[in-house]
Design a protein around this ligand. Structure first.
Ligand code: HQG
Length: 173
């Protein structure tokens, strides 16, 4: 299941072309089209398996609505998720690793390949995000001050907080 989930993340966020599909402007693809393309590329998945992956995804990464599916967030391809600005909680957290900290202190948090900087509502989630790359370092973001200063925040359907850039002044370790 984890393997299917990882491959779905790849095609629904980053490289739909590896199985010859295209996402629509909002990131959706027809489930039958997806399943046929997976089958054609030697990665057969049944509708039931797909439903199980979506239901059990630890981070609720995917939305399966009727005949279509998309990733909730995390894209590098150009999609419009129609996110609504939302007032953030006063503190948010970002999990990273020590080797990035100096550069983050200089430039703040930048979005890199993705559409937004990803922030977590709690320390435990931030720790696990940072832990993907090594011993996690958790940075605290003064989201209250950012919002006051006009920075816009969005919350994806799976609870990830998103913003364009976190300048260094709002970060502490
Ligand atoms: C770092 C996963 C140097 C940043 C997670 C991170 C999340 C900088 C890396 C979601 C920097 C980007 C996103 C700067 C940021 N200098 N390094 N100025 N600013 N960085 O993967 O936040 O499992 O694009 O700290 O759970 O790690 O895919 O972002 O280490 O929700 O569903 O640059 O991806 O979800 O890496 O993770 P990423 P992220 P999934």
């Amino acid at each position: 299941m984890a393997e299917i989930s990882r491959f779905l993340s790849l095609v629904l966020r980053h490289k739909p072309e590896v199985i010859g599909i295209a996402l629509d402007a909002q990131g959706w693809v027809d489930v039958d089209v997806l399943l046929a393309a997976l089958r054609a590329h030697g990665r057969s998945v049944t509708r039931e398996e797909l439903e199980r992956v979506v239901a059990t995804s630890d981070k609720k990464r995917f939305a399966l609505e009727g005949d279509r599916i998309r990733a909730h967030q995390g894209h590098s391809v150009d999609v419009d998720l129609d996110l609504r600005p939302e007032a953030p909680p006063p503190r948010l957290y970002h999990g990273t690793v020590a080797r990035f900290v100096e550069s983050i202190r200089r430039e703040g948090l930048v979005r890199g390949q993705r559409h937004h900087v990803h922030l977590s509502a709690d320390v435990a989630t931030a720790k696990s995000v940072g832990g993907r790359r090594g011993a996690p370092v958790v940075l605290e973001v003064d989201a209250a001050a950012m919002a006051r200063d006009g920075h816009v925040f969005y919350r994806s359907a799976n609870g990830v907080w998103l913003t364009d850039h976190v300048p260094p002044a709002y970060l502490s370790q």
